[in-house]
Design a protein around this ligand. Structure first.
Ligand SMILES: [Zn+2]
Length: 284
């Protein structure tokens, strides 16, 4: 478990699963040969052979007024076409509880986008029905994002919308928001489009300190070294590249902590510029 304090906001990472290799299907340009020479990725984000290390985790934001969970991983009991994600039986909710968070006391669930590994724990299986895991929370989803996926019948990974989005919507728990929505004094969304039509990152600002939760506009830190390495899951790859360029312009050589949604431990760092290149400094 990692934890960070940004002013009055405590950020806690709860891991669902970590993985090694196997991620080239999502980043086809990140071959071992291409990754291995990027020395700063080792040992945290790649091994000596150039295999990528990744993580699926949720980030809990505890503000003075609210407790918010950002992205809800893959979830248990869900039929999925990726074998390592299929019908999971992982102790995620127990780990959330151990971190100090009772699912009944979560005030808001925030999905950076509506892909399979970001909405899974929106629901849980009870008596053969998908019910909201966080029954007392508002579920915040981008309006454009929701409207795109709700009409999209492509079931790439399984019935993600049917088992993880529609049940919370039908329960009246969803608030559809704009991509620049402000959630509280400390938390607001930033549009980071390209990976999906309504993809957002989450900005935390308190007492002069800042952090940004990327979502999947940067899937893996190797995309900081190669801004044009697109994910095979990107909806609009060129727009995704522009989004990464803008993030570098806005945040490199600043004190804004960058927290990746799939970055392996230690998961957060500062963006640094070195001539025309960028890297993530995790020795902070
Ligand atoms: Zn993802």
């Amino acid at each position: 478990m990692n934890q960070w304090q940004i002013g009055k906001v405590k950020i806690t990472r709860v891991i669902e699963m970590e993985s090694k290799g196997g991620s080239r299907f999502i980043l086809p340009q990140a071959t071992r040969e291409a990754v291995q020479p990027i020395e700063w990725l080792q040992p945290h984000f790649a091994d000596e052979q150039g295999n990528l290390l990744m993580s699926v985790h949720a980030l809990i934001l505890e503000t003075p007024s609210q407790t918010i969970i950002v992205d809800t991983c893959i979830g248990n009991d869900k039929p999925r076409s990726i074998p390592t994600w299929n019908n999971l039986q992982l102790p995620f909710l127990e780990d959330l509880e151990k971190a100090g968070y009772d699912r009944h006391k979560i005030d808001a669930v925030l999905c950076t986008h509506l892909h399979v590994d970001h909405v899974g724990w929106n629901t849980m299986l009870v008596d053969d029905e998908w019910v909201p895991t966080f029954p007392n929370a508002r579920y915040l989803m981008g309006k454009d994002e929701f409207n795109y996926w709700i009409d999209n019948t492509e079931a790439d990974y399984g019935d993600v919308i049917g088992d993880s989005v529609k049940p919370v919507f039908d329960a009246g728990l969803v608030d559809l928001v704009e991509t620049n929505h402000r959630i509280s004094d400390e938390i607001y969304l930033e549009p980071t489009l390209g990976h999906t039509p309504g993809h957002v990152s989450v900005h935390i600002e308190s007492e002069g300190q800042h952090a940004l939760i990327t979502g999947d506009c940067i899937h893996h830190p190797c995309q900081i070294a190669n801004l044009d390495w697109s994910s095979s899951a990107d909806y609009a790859p060129e727009q995704g590249i522009e989004t990464r360029k803008k993030l570098m312009q806005d945040y490199a050589d600043t004190e804004i902590l960058i927290i990746g949604t799939h970055f392996a431990t230690p998961t957060a760092g500062l963006l640094k510029r070195d001539g025309d290149n960028y890297w993530l400094d995790v020795n902070i």
